[in-house]
Ligand binder design. Structure first.
Ligand SMILES: Cc1ncc(C[n+]2csc(CCOP(=O)(O)OP(=O)(O)O)c2C)c(N)n1
Ligand SMILES: [Mg+2]
Length: 403
């Protein structure tokens, strides 16, 4: 289907957006005026022609992915709040969906393993996993320690992984993941492969030494590494200004000589554009990129305290908040710039999808997630012995010379 997203004759992919489209983008940016993302909201007006290389199906696919992440979380939060037999848990990603979705839409997520782009995730992994294309029912089963889960049920949230889609996995340690991801990027370069390694890490990673050594080495070796810093303002309960002297963490990356940009993490198109530029740069052998996405999480740091069944987000009470709570009005302001609403509005404006189709897709996603939970929660639980499987190699291992 053709629509007004087609590049007009006087506009090339390199020229800035047309005045009409810029007006729309400014309008979208203005809706975030209550939020202090200052520079990223202003940068909204400067984005080049948006997602020009994506066809309608891919654009709708991004909207669907955002919804899959959202409804998986809402369903899981409800399960945690209402079902005492449910063992699963999560560090919820709701509010940040456009970041994982926009980044992974620019990656190679299927095909032979040796051609896949790799994603290294964090302790907040389910959004990254869904965006990279993992099997959702199997992930849901894994999160509740079911034997048929993605990793046999003994990994659960903090250890989900699926190498078949290039999702290397969650990582409970704050710090090391970027170093490990840069190791993959080094391997790609050494092999002459055009694969790209992506690491998602929070604002809390800034103060870890790994942040700095990773960026230094990535630049020195021109590695095909994309560092996605999800700046959701807090690490657990501490505002990032307590551990980072920069308003934009991207400015720290720039000091290492790395191409760095700050994007509005609530706008999937803006995230996608930045990721696409970064992937093209990496595949062409032109080295690493740092993307700082300004975003916000709707639930508390871990689990569902403060949340209510059937309601999005968690307000106030959190037993883990030993210092202070984030202001409720800050959370409510960010919820006004919801990634689901923003992507729906953009696709409607471009004539890609009308309101009826958008609602239909949301219903399909809800049904898909419901079926995933129904299947997963009927699966057998793993046994204590399962925890010992895959620890030692079985059978005879041929002698191998290392080094
Ligand atoms: C080395 C280490 N120290 C402390 C922790 C406990 N911890 C888990 S998540 C977290 C905060 C991470 O904040 P951020 O990087 O901003 O990610 P976000 O939770 O906001 O997604 C901390 C301190 C840990 N997992 N690893
Ligand atoms: Mg954070």
């Amino acid at each position: 289907m053709e629509h007004d997203r087609t590049i007009p004759q006087w506009e090339t992919e390199d020229t800035p957006v047309s005045p009409a489209r810029r007006g729309f983008l400014m309008l979208a940016a203005a809706s975030g005026a209550a939020i202090s993302v200052g520079r990223s909201a202003a940068a909204f007006t400067d984005v080049p022609f948006a997602a020009a290389d994506l066809d309608d199906d891919s654009l709708i696919g991004m909207y669907r992915t955002i919804l899959q992440i959202r409804w998986h979380e809402r369903r899981q939060a409800d399960e945690m709040l209402s079902n005492p037999d449910y063992r699963g848990y999560n560090h919820f990603y709701a509010g940040q969906e456009a970041v994982a979705t926009g980044v992974c839409a620019a990656l190679r997520n299927s095909g032979p393993r040796e051609q896949l782009d790799l994603v290294y995730s964090s302790h907040r992994p389910s959004g990254h996993a869904i965006a990279k294309g993992v099997d959702i029912p199997k992930m849901v089963a894994e999160m509740d320690f079911r034997a048929t889960g993605m990793n046999g049920g003994y990994g659960a949230e903090m250890h989900i992984s699926d190498p078949d889609v290039g999702f290397i996995g969650a990582d409970g340690m704050i710090g090391p993941a970027p170093v490990i991801a840069s190791g993959s990027a080094f391997a790609f370069r050494a092999r002459g492969s055009d694969q790209v390694a992506v690491v998602f890490a929070g604002d809390g990673n800034y103060a870890a030494p790994h942040f700095h050594s990773t960026l230094n080495n990535a630049k020195l070796l021109d590695l095909p590494l994309i560092y996605v810093c999800e700046n959701n303002l807090y690490h657990q309960y501490a505002h990032y200004s307590l551990s980072c002297p920069h308003e934009d963490i991207a400015s720290a990356a720039a000091a290492y000589g790395i191409t760095a940009e700050t994007v509005d993490g609530q706008d999937v198109v803006q995230v996608y554009n930045a990721a696409k530029r970064a992937v093209d740069r990496a595949r062409a052998g032109n080295g690493p990129t740092f993307i700082e996405a300004k975003t916000y999480r709707y639930y508390n740091h871990w689990g569902a305290p403060g949340a209510k069944v059937g309601e999005l987000g968690a307000f106030g009470y959190d037993p883990l908040a030993i210092t202070h709570f984030r202001p409720e009005k800050e959370l409510r302001a960010w919820m006004q710039r919801d990634p689901v609403d923003i992507s729906r509005r953009i696709l409607a404006d471009w004539g890609v999808m009308d309101a009826a189709r958008a609602a239909e897709i949301e219903d399909e996603v809800k049904a898909e997630i419901e079926a995933a939970f129904e299947w997963a929660l009927s699966q057998p639980l793993c046994t204590p012995e399962d925890g010992l499987r895959h620890v030692f190699a079985e059978g005879t291992v041929p002698a191998r010379q290392f080094g």
